[in-house]
Design a binder for this molecule. Structure first.
Ligand SMILES: C[S@@+](CC[C@H](N)C(=O)[O-])C[C@H]1O[C@@H](n2cnc3c(N)ncnc32)[C@H](O)[C@@H]1O
Length: 211
């Protein structure tokens, strides 16, 4: 259930790009990721892990159930998991149709994913569904700039071209609202902007939502 034909035009190029961006993402996001990834349980579900940018933050021996529809990413994920001593299970299903039972996991990680998925509301409600009570959803996303700002207007203008060039990524996704209204008992969300604040993907959110 939930398997899909991944319809990106150049999935292997995207896999390679994410792989070579790994060090840069660690420099940009590493400190923030460490601050929320502390005390992760022994099993973690990750949605859209790409080339495994989050694997370096998991404790050795962690069981990672990864939902990654771009199968070109899978060999790199396996290699990275072996190197980091992770017990990896890869599924090609999309985050919109997670084939895990209700209330079955304690932690879900998804970073830079809600911008790319077809239906972010459904993905977040699937995450909510599979989490046990008090389970945690750890997120980090680039998001739409505030309405009526110059950056938002730039995001809207670039939107179509960007989406084609960047693996379906939408610059104007209001993922902060999607997470805030998904029904979690508690949402601890921080906002930050990349140092180059005119980059169209500069505004970010990160944090933890607790069921
Ligand atoms: C921008 S990359 C981020 C990768 C990684 N999470 C990171 O932080 O570097 C987005 C990832 O989401 C995956 N993806 C796209 N659509 C998806 C969907 N519907 N469900 C789950 N993952 C999806 C892509 O294949 C890609 O690996």
């Amino acid at each position: 259930m939930g398997d899909t034909v991944y319809h990106n035009t150049v999935p292997s190029l995207n896999a390679w790009l994410l792989h070579i961006a790994d060090g840069l993402m660690h420099r940009i996001y590493g400190t923030r990721k460490r601050s929320i990834y502390r005390k992760l349980p022994g099993t973690v579900v990750e949605i859209g892990p790409g080339a495994g940018a989050n694997f370096r933050y998991y404790k050795r021996g962690t069981r990672v159930i990864a939902f990654e529809p771009n199968v070109s990413m899978h060999p790199r994920l396996r290699k990275k998991a072996r190197r980091r001593g992770l017990d990896l299970v890869i599924k090609s299903a999309r985050g919109e149709q997670i084939d895990l039972p209700d209330r079955s996991v304690s932690a879900v990680v998804a970073t830079l994913v809600l911008c790319t998925v077809d239906d972010p509301g459904t993905v977040v409600s699937e995450i909510y569904r599979i989490l046990k009570p008090s389970g945690r959803y750890l997120f980090l996303e680039h998001v739409a700039a505030m309405p009526r700002t110059r950056l938002r207007s730039l995001q809207e203008k670039l939107q179509l071209v960007w989406r084609r060039m960047a693996d379906g990524c939408r610059l104007n996704r209001e993922s902060h609202l999607v997470i805030a209204t998904a029904g979690f008992a508690e949402v601890n969300m921080d906002c930050f902007t990349l140092r180059s604040r005119w980059l169209p993907f500069a505004p970010h959110i990160f944090g933890v939502a607790v069921k």
